[in-house]
Design a protein around this ligand. Structure first.
Ligand SMILES: Cc1cc2nc3c(=O)[nH]c(=O)nc-3n(C[C@H](O)[C@H](O)[C@H](O)COP(=O)(O)O)c2cc1C
Length: 731
C-alpha cells in the first residue's frame, strides 16, 4: 500500500478525533499530577515489605479499642478504620510500625475531580464515557498508522530508529518524538479502551469464586497475632483486611491480596476459603495503574510527557497538512492531451516538483509551444506529442511518489502511436541513500522501450536546486532551439509571502558600480545567509534574485548595477528609510554546513555577500576566504567586514587577488591554484568548499580544484560534488 493511504488514514483518524484527543490530553496532563502530588505526601514512613500483618495488628490493638479494617494503597500508604479508646469511629493513615495516626485520608482536590470527570466522560455520563473509550481506540489506531508511516518513510521497520533527514522542523520532531512516545501512547490508549470496556461490562466475566479449603481439625483457639497466615503475609502484598463483624465463628477475616482473596477463621487462623483473582480483574487493576500513574512518580512523569507529545502531534500534524495543501498545485491545461506537442508528466508527493514543472510549462507556452501537464499516473496515449518531459521526486527508500506509483507498469500497457523523445529530471535529496532512485528507474524503463528516444541524459537535482534546474533549461533550449524564459519567482514556494523591508543603509556606488544595501524586515522573518531574496521592482513582473547575508536580524545585499538592469537600478535609487518588497526563498543547498570543522569560501565580486553573513554567524568553524575583484577599490565596500572578522578571529585566513590592479592578472582560480595544501588539508579534515559568484569564475575554480584533488587525493571535482563537499551558487 502506498504511503499516501497510510497518511490519509492517519490524518482522517486524527481529524475525526482531534478535539477529544486535545481534551483528553490536557486533562491527562492535569491528572498525571495527582499521583505525583499524592506520592509526595509523607505517609510512606516505613518499608512495608518488612512488616507482617501480625505485627501491624499487634501495634493497632495496643492503640485502639477495635480494628475494623486495614488497607494498603498504591502509594504504599497504610490506613486503618478503628474505634478509638474514646469510642469514636475514625479512619486515617498510620505508621504501621507504631500504629500511631500520621495523617488524614487524602481528599481529591476539586481540580482533579473536575479533570477526572471531563477526562472520563466529558460530563456526558454514559455517552461521554463511550466517546472517550472510542477516541482512545482511534488514538491507538493513529499510533499504529504512525508507526507504519515512519517505517515506510525510513524504508522498512528495521530502519525505524535510524537517522531521520531533517526536511522540515514539524515533520522531523513529529517523527523523532513519535518514536519515543509511541510505547507510552499505545499503553495509555489500550488501557483506556480496557477500562471503558470494563465500565460497559463488555469484558468476559471472571468466573472464579471462593472455594472451600480442606479444613484441618480445629484444635485450639489462637490469638489473632499468632495466626501463621498473618505472620507470613507482609503488608506490601496486602490490599485490605476486613475484621470479623461479630464473634460468631461463621464470621471471618476477609483478606484481599494482590492476586487472591482469603476468608480466615477468626479463632484459629485457618484458611476457610480462597478465591483466585481472574485475569480480567487483574487486567483492570494494572490498566488502572498504567493509565493513571498511581503508585509511580516516574510513570506519572512519562504520562505527562506522553500527553504533551500527543498535543504536539495534533498541532504539528495539522500544520504539516496545511503546508502540504498550500503546496499542492491544481493542474490547469489550455491544450488537450491529444493536441499537445510537449507532454510534461510529474511525480510529486508534496507538490514542490509541480512548481518546477509549471514554470517549465509556462516557459514553453511563452515560446508558443503546445503543452499538456499531468501526473505520471495519468500517463496515456498522446496522439500529437513529440516530446515527453518527466519531472519526478523520489520517496520512501527510493520509491515512487503517490501520484507516480503506477507509471512503470503503464509504460508497457499504454501504447504510443509514434516515436517520442523523452527527458527525465529527478528531484531528490542526497541525504537519502537512494538519491533520485525512482527517476533513475523511470529513465531506465524508457530507455529500453522501443518507442522512446532519450533527448538529454537523466538529470538529478539535489534539494530543489534552482541553479541546476536553470542550467538544464539552458541545455534544453540549445537542443530544441526554442528560447525558454523561466520565471524564477515561480520556482519558489507559493506559500512564501511578500514581505516589506525598510532600507536601513545604502553605500555609495563604487567604481565597479557595486553598492551594499541593508534591509530590515518589517515583520519577524526566518532566513539564513545563503538564502535568496526575490525583489520585484514596482510596476514590474519579473523578479531578480540576490544572495543574502544575514547580519544580526537584517539582510545585507551586495548589488552590481547594470546599465539596463531594472532591479539593480531600482535598488540603487532607494534611499535610507524607503520601503521595498521581497520574497525570501530558502536555498538549502547553499547554507553554511553544520558540524564541519573547516570551510573554504570562494567568491568573486558581489558573490562575497552571503559569505559575509556566514562568517559573522559562524561559531567554531575555521573559515578561509578567497576573494577576487577588479582593483583595490573594488574591495573597499567589504573592507570593514573583513577586518572585523579577522580581528575577532571569525575568519582564519583571507586571500585576495585583483584582475586589473597589476600587470599580471590575478583571478580567484589562481589564488586557489597557489594554495593546494589548504584545499587538501581542508578536504582531508572533512571540510567543505562553497563557491559564489560568476559562472566563469566557478568554472575556473572548479578546474583548479579538480587538478589539485586529482593529483593529491586521487579524486575529482565530480566526486567531491557527489559527496556534497562542494556547494555552489553562481549566476
Ligand atoms: C519521507 C521522504 C522520503 C524521501 N526519500 C527520498 C529518497 O529515497 N531519495 C531521494 O533522492 N529523495 C528522497 N526524498 C526527497 C524528495 O524526493 C525531495 O524533497 C523532493 O524534492 C520532494 O518533491 P515533492 O515536493 O514534489 O514531493 C524524500 C523526502 C521525504 C520527505
Amino acid at each position: 500500500m502506498t504511503i499516501s493511504i497510510w497518511r490519509y488514514s492517519h490524518l482522517t483518524l486524527a481529524i475525526s478525533s482531534a478535539l477529544f484527543i486535545i481534551i483528553a490530553s490536557v486533562t491527562g496532563v492535569i491528572l498525571a499530577f495527582e499521583p505525583i502530588s499524592d506520592q509526595l505526601k509523607p505517609y510512606e514512613v516505613v518499608d512495608i515489605s518488612t512488616l507482617s500483618i501480625s505485627e501491624t495488628i499487634a501495634t493497632l490493638q495496643k492503640q485502639y479499642d477495635e480494628i475494623i479494617d486495614i488497607a494498603v494503597d498504591e502509594n504504599n500508604f497504610v490506613s486503618t478504620s478503628v474505634i478509638t479508646k474514646e469510642g469514636k469511629s475514625e479512619t486515617f493513615y498510620i505508621n504501621p510500625k507504631t500504629g500511631l495516626k500520621i495523617g488524614e485520608i487524602i481528599q481529591k482536590e476539586p481540580i482533579f475531580e473536575f479533570a477526572t470527570n471531563l477526562h472520563r466522560s466529558l460530563f456526558l455520563k454514559s455517552t461521554g464515557r463511550f466517546l472517550i473509550g472510542f477516541v482512545s481506540f482511534l488514538l491507538f489506531l493513529i499510533g499504529v498508522t504512525g508507526v507504519i508511516l515512519i517505517a515506510k518513510r525510513q524504508g522498512g521497520i528495521r530502519k525505524f530508529f535510524s537517522t531521520i533527514v531533517k526536511e522540515n522542523g514539524n515533520q522531523y520532531y513529529h517523527i523523532i518524538i513519535g518514536r519515543y512516545a509511541l510505547i507510552p501512547i499505545i499503553i495509555i490508549t489500550l488501557t483506556g479502551v480496557y477500562l471503558s470496556l470494563e465500565k460497559f461490562s463488555l469484558l468476559p466475566k471472571d468466573t472464579n469464586y471462593h472455594q472451600k479449603t480442606a479444613q484441618k481439625a480445629v484444635t485450639k483457639n489462637l490469638k489473632v497475632t499468632d495466626f501463621i497466615i498473618f505472620e507470613t503475609i507482609n503488608l506490601n502484598e496486602l490490599k485490605k483486611i476486613e475484621f470479623p463483624f461479630s464473634t460468631d465463628k461463621e464470621d471471618y477475616f476477609f483478606v484481599k491480596l494482590r492476586n487472591k482473596e482469603l476468608a480466615i477463621h477468626q479463632y484459629n487462623g485457618t484458611i476457610v476459603s480462597e478465591k483466585k483473582i481472574g485475569f480480567v480483574t487483574l487486567g483492570s487493576y494494572y490498566s488502572l495503574l498504567l493509565h493513571t500513574g498511581k503508585g509511580s512518580i516516574l510513570w506519572s512523569i512519562i504520562l505527562v510527557l506522553a500527553c504533551f507529545a500527543i498535543l504536539f502531534f495534533v498541532f504539528s500534524g495539522f500544520s504539516m497538512t496545511s503546508n502540504r495543501r498550500k503546496k499542492t498545485v491544481a493542474i490547469k491545461n489550455k491544450t488537450h492531451e491529444t493536441a499537445a506537442e510537449y507532454i510534461i508528466l510529474v511525480g510529486s508527493e508534496t507538490g514542490s516538483t509541480f512548481r518546477f514543472a509549471n514554470a517549465f510549462k509556462n516557459a514553453l507556452i511563452n515560446a508558443e509551444k503546445t503543452v499538456f501537464l499531468a501526473a505520471l499516473n495519468s500517463y496515456k496515449t498522446y496522439k500529437n506529442a513529440k516530446n515527453i518531459i518527466i519531472f519526478t521526486a523520489t520517496y520512501g527508500d527510493g520509491d515512487a511518489p503517490a501520484n507516480a506509483n503506477k507509471f512503470i507498469k503503464l509504460i508497457d500497457t499504454v501504447q504510443q502511436h509514434h516515436l517520442l523523445k523523452y527527458t527525465v529530471v529527478g528531484f531528490g535529496s542526497k541525504e537519502y541513500p537512494a538519491f533520485c532512485k525512482f527517476a533513475i528507474l523511470v529513465h531506465a524503463s524508457l530507455q529500453i522501450h522501443p518507442k522512446f528516444i532519450p533527448e538529454l541524459p537523466l538529470l538529478k537535482i539535489d534539494n530543489q536546486d534552482i541553479n541546476v534546474f536553470k542550467k538544464w533549461v539552458n541545455e534544453f533550449e540549445n537542443l530544441t532551439h526554442c528560447s525558454l524564459e523561466i520565471e524564477e519567482a515561480e520556482l519558489s514556494e507559493s506559500s512564501k509571502k511578500e514581505v516589506e523591508f525598510n532600507v536601513l543603509e545604502k553605500t555609495n556606488i563604487n567604481k565597479d558600480d557595486t553598492f551594499l544595501i541593508s534591509l530590515q524586515p518589517k515583520n519577524k522573518l526566518k532566513f539564513v545567509s545563503g538564502d535568496v531574496i526575490a525583489i520585484t521592482p514596482k510596476n514590474e513582473h519579473r523578479s531578480r534574485l540576490y544572495s543574502i547575508a544575514k547580519m544580526d536580524k537584517n539582510i545585507l545585499l551586495s548589488v552590481k548595477k547594470h546599465e539596463f538592469g531594472v532591479c539593480s537600478n531600482y535598488l540603487e535609487q532607494l534611499q535610507k528609510g524607503d520601503f521595498v518588497n521581497g520574497t525570501i526563498q530558502q536555498n538549502h543547498h547553499f547554507h553554511f554546513p553544520k558540524k564541519v570543522k573547516e570551510v573554504i569560501l570562494i567568491a568573486n565580486g558581489t558573490g562575497i555577500a552571503p559569505f559575509l553573513g556566514m562568517i559573522q554567524e559562524s561559531k567554531k568553524t575555521k573559515i578561509h576566504l578567497f576573494w577576487g575583484g577588479k582593483t583595490k577599490h573594488s574591495f573597499e565596500v567589504y573592507h570593514k567586514f573583513i577586518v572585523k572578522a579577522l580581528e575577532n578571529k571569525k575568519l582564519t585566513s583571507f586571500t585576495i587577488g585583483y584582475s586589473q590592479e597589476h600587470k599580471v592578472k590575478m583571478y580567484v582560480q589562481n589564488l586557489v591554484e597557489d594554495k593546494p595544501e589548504l584545499i587538501i588539508k581542508t578536504l582531508q579534515n572533512e571540510g567543505c568548499i562553497l563557491i559564489c559568484g560568476s559562472l566563469k569564475m566557478q568554472k575556473g575554480v572548479e578546474e583548479a580544484i579538480d587538478k589539485i584533488v586529482k593529483e593529491k587525493l586521487n579524486s575529482s571535482i565530480e566526486i567531491l560534488k557527489e559527496k556534497g563537499l562542494i556547494k555552489t551558487d553562481c549566476y
